[in-house]
Design a protein around this ligand. Structure first.
Ligand SMILES: [Zn+2]
Length: 174
């Protein structure tokens, strides 16, 4: 059921380019003047500008609400301890303690950083869903469902492309 819900939203033309360039992640933040792990001031950057800053795969998911192919994301099967940030702006989104093994093909969390995430109604593809976006830069992260595990019963179904992981003990300097 949940697998089907997720699979239906894949846009073939976008996922193709995402798959081609999965090794490009993190190169995106080098020339990004908006990136900060401490500043939570709301950003109002037009997509025309983001397009110059972000790599094609990040732009397609984060700014055009694309979806990476299930099972292909670098954080799908990944259980290191640390923090997950918005790859676009550096805002804190999730803690690894809230990540769980989901069979849906995307990294899944049962709890989000309330200061880091916001929600939007999404009626595309003939479904009523709740889109999860970064509270600071409005980038698309994924969707949230109510079929998650205890204690919250919530499942944040995220795109790895939109996330950046920093392990405990790693220096946060870039
Ligand atoms: Zn962000």
């Amino acid at each position: 059921m949940s697998l089907q819900m997720c699979s239906q939203v894949i846009q073939p033309d976008k996922t193709k380019s995402i798959q081609k360039s999965t090794s490009m992640e993190n190169s995106t933040t080098k020339n990004n003047p908006y990136y900060s792990r401490t500043d939570r001031t709301k950003l109002n950057v037009p997509n025309s500008e983001w397009k110059e800053i972000l790599s094609a795969d990040v732009y397609a998911v984060a700014r055009e609400a694309g979806t990476e192919r299930p099972g292909t994301g670098k954080y799908n099967v990944y259980d290191e301890k640390g923090e997950y940030y918005c790859v676009v702006c550096g805002n804190h989104l999730f803690r690894s303690d809230a990540k769980f093994a989901s069979s849906c093909g995307w990294p899944s969390f049962f709890e989000a950083d309330k200061e880091g995430t916001a929600y939007k109604r999404d009626s595309t593809y003939g479904m009523e869903r709740i889109e999860v976006v970064c509270k600071r830069c409005d980038s698309h992260l994924g969707h949230v469902f109510n079929d998650g595990p205890p204690p919250t019963g919530t499942r944040y179904c995220m795109n790895s492309v939109s996330l950046e992981f920093v392990g405990d003990g790693e220096t946060a300097s870039k």
